[in-house]
Design a protein around this ligand. Structure first.
Ligand code: ADP
Length: 192
């Protein structure tokens, strides 16, 4: 099985390009953000707890997202692998993911980094707020906290995966969506 991680700051285009990658390589796309928003929409206890943290621009507890990921690995069949989007998001989650995969005799195939500047993050999220109506996109304070959370907790994963020889990166804000998608797909082709 292949295990790809789609990596990048909020608004980098992970969700936008995920389906093209997943389709090309017969992968199941798993977005922890989408799974959490589904819990919120369903009004579950987990969703209620998660909403407070998400609306503050903080991360939800590691155990919550790790449980979602493991249950997806256990239950989803008929694919050649997984495309993880928004997970892992800190070093503890990355270490736990290695352990979860090791237990199954598997390992990370590659990390696909899509990079944009903080300025582009702000523009993209402001634009998306008007289209998708996500509460965590609507407030400047939340967006600032998410950018800070990314730099403090998520960005260190780049060095972690570089060290493991698994990090691949391209730019996410040159040209239009199709240009960026082509660049991302070309990058994935280079992962062996
Ligand atoms: P984006 O990358 O566009 O900001 P996501 O949909 O990936 O949005 O995530 C939205 C929010 O869900 C995050 O700001 C965070 O609060 C929560 N979340 C998603 N994935 C994780 C994760 N792996 N660990 C902790 N919290 C997460």
């Amino acid at each position: 099985m292949k295990y790809y991680i789609l990596f990048g700051p909020p608004g980098a285009g992970k969700g936008t390009h995920a389906s093209a990658i997943a389709e090309k390589y017969n992968l199941k796309h798993i977005s922890t953000g989408e799974l959490l928003r589904a819990e919120i929409a369903a009004g579950s206890e987990l969703g209620k707890e998660a909403k407070k943290l998400i609306d503050a621009g903080s991360l939800v507890p590691d155990a919550v997202v790790e449980g979602m990921i493991e249950s997806a690995f256990d239950t989803i069949k008929g694919v050649d692998g997984f495309l993880l989007d928004g997970f892992p998001r800190n070093l503890a989650q990355a270490a736990d993911l290695n352990a979860i995969l090791a237990k199954r005799g598997e390992e990370i195939t590659g990390v696909i980094g899509i990079m944009i500047s903080d300025e582009v993050v702000r523009k993209r999220i402001a634009h998306r707020a008007a289209i998708e109506g996500r509460a965590d996109d609507a407030s400047d304070e939340t967006i600032t906290n998410r950018i800070n959370t990314y730099h403090a907790q998520t960005e260190p994963l780049i060095a972690f995966y570089k060290e493991a020889g698994k990090y691949y990166e391209c730019n996410g804000d040159q040209g239009d969506i199709a240009d960026n998608r082509a660049r991302v797909l070309a990058l994935v082709e280079t992962i062996k």
